[in-house]
Design a protein around this ligand. Structure first.
Ligand code: GBH
Length: 491
């Protein structure tokens, strides 16, 4: 009866942070401007362009290096409370090491941050969104046991230079994508394709690096600067296909491999890698003739050092998948990370499709993921650091499918808030169209469309931008709101 009326009155709290998210390599361009060093995406796109569907690269991208004032103007047009972006490591430390600080790079981020602060937009900074300095890759990157020292040194430079104004720090964006897609598959830089061992070595070094940066902030910066430090992990929802015990176990194993591997050592009260997954990898490794588990272990000191190293949990959430222990047979390479998990995923045809093959509009997706995290790790502080929808390159400005997705996602956030889940913010991916990694410019996630044919890279708001603006302003989701005419201005 009045369930519907009640639903329409649900509101986001005034202090809830509405924002958008981007990443340096995807928007900045200026790949060799003013002393910036080469990173692994520069290297891969320049040397192996076949990895990218349209053989493009981020040399210019949306040219935010030169258009940052326009980007901040768009944030003001939308009425954003916060903006999440990443620092390009090689722009401020061209060789990766902290002995050589590129002042022009520091100046760029100072200008960018100051422009946001001027208009009361809270900067949320990701230290690492996939663009490792190539010099460090040549020394093994995330597979080098000294990596955590290099990352700590870089993090300290960032805290030092920007921490007076930046109060929310994210160490890494999506460990799974860094370690699995970068070190275990042939899709993302550095394209190592070492599935059986690469991702696991990376996982250990990555969580230690995160913890070193967290402790550096906590011990040496927090009392003066008063900010917080967390990590962003991609947590799509993996539910069981049926209510059989086997499917429940398969879904749990898949969750452990997708994000538990990185979340469990940091957020669980026991610390350490997820138990069932660790056992399974050890068993498989023995069967396969390895003399030790391909998943390196953590010492007790390492476990203690990593456990609890967070002020908040950044969640990137896009979609859901259903997991089956048996029904959908696939052949896996043996040994590999997928074989270690040994489960199959399935997506119902009726879930609407985005332009990205992996992205569907799934029911209750955010609620399922976030309530699971809350039950597992307690009602800690969560920030949804990415969520969004892709269209094709000629999708145009009337993006009703993106509007539908954002409304559904934000209803699901309201379901979480109703249930008492401690979500403090939501960042839409993305402010503007950008270089979508392996898909180049063929998939668009922007609230603003970017014309990549035009050297000036003009930006134009899509319908979804107007709808998001209205939600931010009213703190409510009005499903009947139609922007007309679509003229954008700063209120
Ligand atoms: C985010 O990753 C990124 O942080 C961001 O940079 C990116 O632009 C945005 O999403 C949109 O893609 O496992 O075979 O299905 C989202 C994470 C991207 C992870 C696609 C899985 C597909 C590989 N996902 N990826 S597969």
């Amino acid at each position: 009866y009045h369930a519907k009326t009640l639903k329409q009155q649900r509101r986001f709290p005034e202090d809830f942070l509405f924002g958008t998210a981007t990443a340096a390599y995807q928007i900045e361009g200026g790949w060799n401007a003013d002393g910036k060093g080469e990173n692994i995406w520069d290297y891969v796109t320049h040397n192996t362009p076949t990895v990218i569907t349209d053989a493009s690269n981020g040399d210019v991208a949306a040219d935010s290096y030169n258009n940052y004032k326009r980007d901040v103007q768009m944030m003001r047009e939308l009425g954003l409370d916060a903006y999440r972006f990443s620092i390009s490591w090689a722009r401020i430390l061209p060789d990766g090491f902290s002995n050589n600080v590129n002042e022009a790079g520091v100046k760029f981020y100072n200008n960018y941050i100051n422009e946001m602060i001027k208009y009361n937009i809270e900067p949320i900074v990701t230290l690492y969104h996939w663009d490792l300095p190539q010099k460090l890759q040549e020394l093994g990157g995330f597979a080098n046991p000294l990596f955590s020292d290099w990352f700590e040194d870089y993090a300290r430079v960032a805290f030092d230079h920007f921490g007076d104004r930046v109060k929310l720090w994210i160490t890494f964006n999506e460990p799974r994508e860094i370690c699995y897609e970068g070190y275990a598959s042939d899709t993302k830089a550095p394209v190592l394709n070492s599935s059986a061992v690469g991702a696991y070595i990376c996982a250990k070094n990555l969580i230690l690096s995160h913890a070193k940066a967290y402790h550096a902030y906590n011990n040496d910066f927090k009392s003066n600067q008063g900010g917080e430090c967390g990590i962003t992990i991609s947590v799509n929802w993996y539910g069981p296909l049926t209510d059989s015990k086997d499917d429940a176990m398969a879904a749990e194993l898949r969750r452990q491999a997708e994000w538990g591997l990185y979340a469990e050592p940091i957020f669980s009260s026991e610390g350490d890698f997820p138990k069932e997954l660790s056992r399974k990898i050890a068993l498989k490794s023995a069967e396969q003739g390895y003399s030790r588990s391909r998943l390196p272990s953590l010492t007790d000191d390492e476990k203690d050092f990593v456990k609890g190293s967070f002020d908040f949990f950044g969640v990137n959430h896009y979609t859901s998948l259903l997991v089956s222990a048996s029904e959908y047979k696939q052949e896996f390479i043996v040994p590999s990370m997928l074989d270690d998990v040994g489960a199959f995923t399935y997506v119902p045809e009726e879930w609407p499709k985005a332009a990205s093959y992996w992205l569907r509009l799934a029911p209750n997706s955010i609620y399922n993921a976030l309530s699971h995290l809350r039950n597992k790790y307690g009602n800690i502080k969560f920030i949804i650091t990415e969520n969004g929808w892709s269209s094709g390159p000629s999708g145009g400005l009337i993006d009703d499918d993106r509007v539908r997705y954002y409304r559904a996602a934000l209803e699901s956030v309201l379901d979480c808030l109703d249930d008492g889940i401690n979500i403090k913010g939501y960042m839409a991916w993305s402010l503007l169209d950008n270089f979508e990694w392996n898909e180049g410019y063929l998939e668009r996630f922007g609230l603003y469309e970017v014309d990549f044919e035009d050297p000036a890279r003009p930006r134009t708001p899509r319908k979804s931008a107007f709808v998001y603006k209205q939600i931010i302003k009213s703190r409510e989701i009005d499903h009947s709101y139609e922007p007309d005419p679509m003229t954008m201005a700063v209120d």
